[in-house]
Design a protein around this ligand. Structure first.
Ligand SMILES: *Cc1c(COP(=O)(O)O)cnc(C)c1O
Length: 356
């Protein structure tokens, strides 16, 4: 059977209205890649898997929720969708809206969106508007405008986004045969951690009555400069290289804290240096290049393992890598040395590559 996308595969487990008309780009079914080299680097003795969400159609996990949100919107005759975005939601909303024949409008914080994300939104035909403010300001504005006008909000406040994103938890359980011991992931607006927790509870509940012993512990990771859930209060001017989690007032913050607590896990913060070091390590040890925010979950895992606060011995850990490295190439290229230039002669090439 050819793959027909998430709603076709898991729609019976998602709370979507019957009026929904499926809009799909065959999102989901992303690989769960065993990362033995990185596991060894972190001390070894445990199984580590990367859920590589950058391989979704627009390069991030946002497509899981967007197929659900846009399908619901199309089915009730919506003609325009809108979102506030640090970039990936914008690209995803624009792509699914294009496929559904709808107009899309995206509000982004001025100058803080990675090139690959902005380019995507433009390529898919979105009307892109920069706000001279933060993501949080942009989100407030799209909520207000959708309360006033018949435009559909597709940020993760939209409940169908959460429904669609539960499918990542389903896929992990299907692949591993049960939930992992730990799931680590970046936390920005906190829709994704909320979805994973709902997804694991629902899917593992189908399989056994003794639910709690089968659920993963959640390690949610924020960037130190944008860590409202660790600090316990909103952050007015969030700052981090991990632009996808540069959010000071997470819309689903309460639910994220509750999910972490219910799971016996926690939400922690890591510095930008830790994030960028992990981004490089993952690429060099495993051949998996993710955008900075996507390395935060793993950076948090590394920190907790190194400090002895998280015992991974004999455990199975899944790290969610939320978006592709190609989204934000500038992070790598801005400090790189220009590749060496040699004349087009074999001896010149030999001299370089055989030098040491
Ligand atoms: C959106 C996003 C996040 C944060 O997810 P939330 O649901 O907002 O917590 C993390 N990484 C990437 C790449 C994203 O696009």
């Amino acid at each position: 059977m050819t793959y027909q996308g998430l709603i076709h595969t898991y729609g019976h487990l998602l709370d979507l209205p019957i009026h929904s008309r499926t809009v799909s780009l065959l999102e989901g079914r992303t690989p769960l890649i065993k990362a033995d080299n990185l596991s060894r680097q972190l001390g070894g003795g445990f199984e580590l898997f990367i859920k590589y969400e950058g391989l979704n159609p627009t390069g991030s996990f946002k497509d899981r929720g967007m197929t659900a949100a846009v399908s619901e919107a199309l089915g009730r005759g919506v003609t325009t969708v809108i979102c506030a975005s640090t970039g990936n939601t914008a690209a995803s909303a624009a792509a699914y809206a294009a496929r559904a024949g709808m107009k899309s409008i995206v509000l982004i914080p001025q100058g803080k969106v990675a090139a690959g994300k902005l380019a995507g939104a433009i390529a898919y035909g979105a009307q892109v508007i920069q706000i001279d403010g933060s993501f949080d300001d942009a989100l407030t504005m799209v909520v207000e405008i959708t309360n006033k006008h018949p435009i559909c909000l597709v940020n993760s406040i939209n409940p169908y986004r959460i429904e669609g994103q539960k499918t990542a938890a389903f896929e992990i359980v299907d692949e591993l045969g049960s939930a992992p011991d730990w799931l680590c992931l970046p936390v920005g607006n906190a829709g994704n951690i909320t979805s994973y927790w709902a997804g694991f509870k629902q899917y593992c509940g189908l399989k056994s009555a003794v639910l709690s012993s089968l659920l993963p512990k959640l390690l949610g990771v924020q960037a130190a400069g944008a860590a409202p859930l660790v600090l316990g209060h909103a952050v007015e001017n969030p700052e981090t290289v991990a632009t996808a989690i540069r959010i000071g007032k997470p819309a689903r913050g309460e639910q994220a804290l509750q999910a972490a607590e219910e799971s016996n896990g926690r939400i922690i913060a890591v510095t930008d240096d830790q994030i960028l070091d992990m981004q490089k390590l993952l690429a060099r040890l495993e051949g998996i290049w993710v955008e900075p925010a996507s390395a935060a979950g793993l950076a948090g895992l590394a920190q907790e393992v190194a400090s002895g606060k998280l015992k991974v011995e004999g455990k199975r850990v899944v790290a969610v890598c939320t978006g592709h490295g190609l989204k934000d190439p500038e992070i790598i290229t801005k400090d790189m040395q220009k590749p060496i230039v040699v004349p087009p002669r074999l001896d010149a090439l030999e001299e370089i590559i055989l030098r040491n």
